[in-house]
Design a protein around this ligand. Structure first.
Ligand code: FES
Length: 212
């Protein structure tokens, strides 16, 4: 919520309670994803960046795909116009959300050089910065075969960039609201319900690569 809304809730609680009840009641026949997408569009229309970021994250958590978000923006073209759609896409790009990487939207992703495969012993986990992106890398050997997992370091809750210090054994705990993840699988194991974003990976000539 914005500082201005916070202020109004404190100073005019009766009026604001009616306002929030009105908004809640308006969407009661809509499924959560549709409600989220409409909220996203209203924030683009009013060009309130903080609200847009907040509702976009909520829409993604509620299961909206990036393609659905882009569809909603483009369908609202008659109301938004190109300038506001570009404004929204600029913010999406600045957020650098894993879901909006070109490879996730059907475009050809690029392979990035992450590290020498020999640097991480089997059973090990490390955090690496690679071409502007934080990654948690896990390496294990199954039946003599090396298996690599490369996860984006951004928390799927509100995109906090999770630091190396948040790692305890194979458990990663986001410092902001304590969602916990198992870095062997990326699954969320406490507080939340959304896994870490996993990137495709491969080893070529002894170098671990990841694609986004
Ligand atoms: S941003 Fe909320 S738990 Fe990570």
């Amino acid at each position: 919520m914005s500082d201005a809304l916070d202020f109004l809730v404190k100073t005019r609680p009766e009026a604001m309670t009616h306002y929030f009840s009105f908004l809640k009641d308006c969407g009661k026949h809509l499924d959560p994803k549709t409600r989220d997408l409409i909220s996203v569009i209203t924030k683009v229309h009013s060009q309130t960046e903080r609200g847009f970021r907040q509702y976009l994250n909520r829409a993604l958590r509620d299961g909206c795909s990036p393609a659905e978000v882009l569809d909603a923006l483009l369908m609202a073209f008659p109301a938004l116009g190109l300038a506001k759609i570009v404004w929204a896409v600029d913010i999406i790009l600045a957020m650098d959300l894993p879901q909006f990487q070109p490879a996730e939207l059907g475009a050809e992703g690029e392979w990035h050089d992450v590290m020498a495969a020999a640097e991480l012993e089997p059973g090990g986990v490390t955090r690496v910065d690679c071409d502007g992106r934080g990654l948690f890398v896990h390496h294990v050997v199954h039946n003599t075969e090396s298996v690599w997992q490369v996860f984006d370091s951004r928390c799927p809750h509100q995109t906090t960039n999770i630091p190396h210090l948040a790692l305890d054994g194979t458990t990663l705990t986001c410092p902001k609201h304590q969602w916990a993840f198992d870095v062997r699988s990326g699954q969320c194991t406490a507080k939340g319900d959304t896994p870490l974003k996993r990137w495709d990976s491969r080893v070529v000539d002894g170098r671990l690569q990841a694609r986004w």
